[in-house]
Design a protein around this ligand. Structure first.
Ligand SMILES: CCCCCCCCCC/C=C/CC(=O)SCCNC(=O)CCNC(=O)[C@H](O)C(C)(C)COP(=O)(O)OP(=O)(O)OC[C@H]1O[C@@H](n2cnc3c(N)ncnc32)[C@H](O)[C@@H]1OP(=O)(O)O
Length: 279
């Protein structure tokens, strides 16, 4: 488990301004696969994009699941077999109000802090597309199982004229290795499941109908690993990255907001959003 001080700092830094809506649970559902395994389903049609409200609801749900000591593992999935998550809600970054943009980014940081540092064993069941923030969300889990053939996964931020922040880029580099990461990030590559498996971005690839049953099997297996040893191992593996973000959280907010508010970035984001809507 991560230090109490770090956790307190993480939750204290989440947006609390009165203008922010309370976390809505209608975008997510939480259920139990067994007494010790929770399932968190992203359920925000049409694309499970990460708006400010979705990010707040996500972190709140993970924290609530973790607060129950009988839960040792978490399965993360989407209610859609076509889209796991299309990443950040691009409309949050198009012509944004600066204070909301800053709160949006703090809430995105919160999703990372809650899931990547979770004491739980976590499995991502990626049945559909997982571009950009959808890919990063799955990287915050301990194990990834994806559908072969159709759906794509990867970090295509460069196509939007933006860059993944260092703490998310680092997760990608740690997972696929330096050279694979450079090639993929600079080109904005979106991989098929099979290609993702080849670079180590996912751990298993299966036909769609087998992905969820296999993910359930894996999470139930991981739930039986002694919880204390696993939590401490995760802390040893990920604690430094989490602490680095906690120490530089507001500097990261400043980097993100300045970058997004630049005129050139705004033009690129608007053009990308328009192209998505015209599809
Ligand atoms: C709980 C999640 C936690 C995540 C935490 C990680 C945080 C990481 C932060 C790091 C930075 C990340 C940057 C980003 O994420 S930027 C977003 C980049 N995303 C994309 O480029 C994906 C864009 N979408 C697509 O390519 C496709 O939608 C799809 C996923 C391949 C699916 O295609 P499909 O044909 O099935 O569906 P449509 O394209 O018709 O989409 C349906 C409607 O949804 C709208 N849409 C899709 N994606 C987004 C988006 N990212 N933001 C806003 N709106 C989106 C699309 O316009 C359609 O709307 P419409 O029905 O009104 O036309």
């Amino acid at each position: 488990m991560f230090s109490t001080a770090a956790r307190a700092l993480a939750s204290r830094s989440l947006p609390r301004a009165p203008s922010i809506l309370p976390p809505s649970r209608s975008m997510l559902t939480v259920s139990r696969l067994s007494p010790s395994v929770a399932e968190l389903t992203l359920d925000k049609a049409p694309a499970n994009t990460l708006s400010l409200e979705m990010a707040l609801a996500f972190s709140a749900a993970v924290s609530e699941i973790e607060a129950d000591p009988s839960v040792t593992a978490l399965l993360l999935r989407s209610s859609s077999t076509k889209i796991f998550s299309a990443g950040l809600d691009i409309s949050e970054m198009s012509g944004p109000e600066p204070a909301r943009l800053a709160d949006f980014w703090r809430a995105i940081q919160g999703t990372y802090l809650s899931l990547y540092s979770s004491r739980l064993a976590t499995v991502a069941c990626i049945e559909g597309h997982a571009p950009a923030g959808g890919c990063l969300l799955s990287l915050m889990a301990d194990y990834r199982i994806m559908t072969g053939g159709g759906p794509r996964i990867g970090l295509n931020e460069t196509a939007l004229g933006i860059a993944a922040p260092y703490w998310l880029k680092d997760m990608f580099v740690e997972t696929v290795g330096r050279r694979n990461a450079e090639l993929a990030l600079l080109k904005g590559t979106l991989f098929t499941g099979e290609e993702a498996l080849a670079v180590g971005l996912v751990d298993e690839v299966l036909p769609l109908e087998e992905v969820y049953p296999r993910a359930k099997e894996e999470v139930l297996k991981l739930a039986r690993i002694p919880a204390k040893g696993r939590a401490e191992t995760k802390r040893l593996l990920r604690g430094a990255a989490v602490d680095e973000l906690l120490a530089g959280r507001e500097a990261d907010v400043a980097w993100f907001t300045e970058f997004v508010l630049e005129e050139g970035t705004q033009k690129g984001i608007k053009a990308y959003l328009d192209s998505l809507k015209k599809k």
